[in-house]
Ligand binder design. Sequence first.
Ligand SMILES: Cc1cc2nc3c(=O)[nH]c(=O)nc-3n(C[C@H](O)[C@H](O)[C@H](O)COP(=O)(O)OP(=O)(O)OC[C@H]3O[C@@H](n4cnc5c(N)ncnc54)[C@H](O)[C@@H]3O)c2cc1C
Length: 465
Amino acid sequence: MSTDVDIAVIGAGPAGMTAASTAAEAGLSCVLLDEQAEPGGQIYRAIERLAARGERFAEILGEDYARGAAIAQRFRQSGAVCQAGVQVFDLDADGVLGLIADEGARWIRARRVIVAAGAQERPVPVPGWTLPGVMSLGSAQTLLKSAAMVSDVPTVIAGSGPLLYLAATQLIEAGARIEAVLDTMPRERYLAAAAGLPRALMAGGELRKGLAWKRRLKNSGVRYLSNADAIAIAGEGRVTGLRARVGHRDMDFACSLVLLHEGVVPNVQLAMVAGARHDHDGLQACWRPVLDPFGRTTVANILVAGDAGGIGGAELAAAEGELAACAAAYDLGCIGEREFERRTRVPQALVRRKKPLRRFLDTLFRPRDEVLVPPGDDTIVCRCEEVTAGELRRIAALGCTGPNQSKAFSRAGMGPCQGRMCALTISHLLAAAHDRDPAHTGHLRLRPPVKPVTVGQMAGAPDDA
Ligand SMILES: Cc1cc2nc3c(=O)[nH]c(=O)nc-3n(C[C@H](O)[C@H](O)[C@H](O)COP(=O)(O)OP(=O)(O)OC[C@H]3O[C@@H](n4cnc5c(N)ncnc54)[C@H](O)[C@@H]3O)c2cc1C
């Protein structure tokens, strides 16, 4: 197969748009691919459309959201080609990407691939999480950003993390009928994180912004309860309520929509499929690719930037996009050493400055054990194949030590989502069952397609694929 493009960037968030702009401005041919209909990624979703219309919702989404307009504008002027509405379902170590769009499947080859596929919300396997009427909080925020939609049914939000404060406040201000917000962060975390506070405060204004969201949430008039745990969702056929322990009290909430959120984790599927090495990050309780300071993975042609390489937020994601594109341009001989050093100085300094903030947030919001490993046996872990925590514990007791073995016994992780919603839980559950570190238990070996592709779409693919 001939090479189609110098650089392919997967993901049009701040990392991907910045990487594509940098590569194209350096004179490389570059294509930016995203499964969404328009560039923006998670934080700047629909930014061009909303900014152009000056809609009321853009105001609700705030100053940080508006910042995405400049990143999108730089990208549009850079000469990089945008292919929106395209899913990448495969990536190999030679830079060959499998794509699906309305017209079917096709393959392209790039000399370098920058994976900027962002984050996904951490799965929250609590009792009842598979009932109709349970969504992730991020999905509700996506509806707000992309379609100006808010639910008008009684809703309970439960979880923790900075995005909880932001998205809950946005939904309340947009008119959603929120009955209660249950914050699951244990109080003792403040003590654990306290030592890192002074350095985190010096890393920039994010912490103050986070505190401001929390204040707005508490002042919104919606019931806000902290120190919640033991979340269980009730209902026959669909959600009718939620039970939680708040402090030492069991409390019931009537609702027909539950929005769960326990932070975000890197979207590792494509880098894993390409064969890049990933290590377990004990603090973020997730896997992340092993990267050099410029985003190069252990596979020569593949780089990773932004949240896909470890959660860092939008500003860091853009800096990492710049670094990865400079590294690719340098490796391809498009810029020399002095130019490389000149261009990478500022983003590298930003990455160094932000590190203490990340450590502080990761300590404060580390997921509770019951989020990583469901305590009850009846809770479903693998939604596609309907495998429960009890079934996985039974398999572990038979001597199965890792997720690739448990696949053979149970098919857990083998459904259409290819482990997206269960891989983390399976690893943590098997690790807990054998009293081992998840780093030793390992991650599901992922296989393409990482997105569902029909046989018809594959059959229509061009012959030279
Ligand atoms: C649901 C959700 C909502 C969030 N909302 C906010 C927010 O409001 N404010 C905030 O500060 N932070 C938010 N975050 C955190 C946010 O992800 C980061 O701070 C920042 O957007 C990371 O930028 P990025 O460029 O690394 O990735 P992202 O902005 O996540 O962009 C990644 C892009 O990759 C695309 N992609 C992924 N896989 C594929 C594939 N296989 N094929 C094609 N395209 C693909 C996605 O469609 C997405 O557009 C949110 C995270 C999530 C998961």
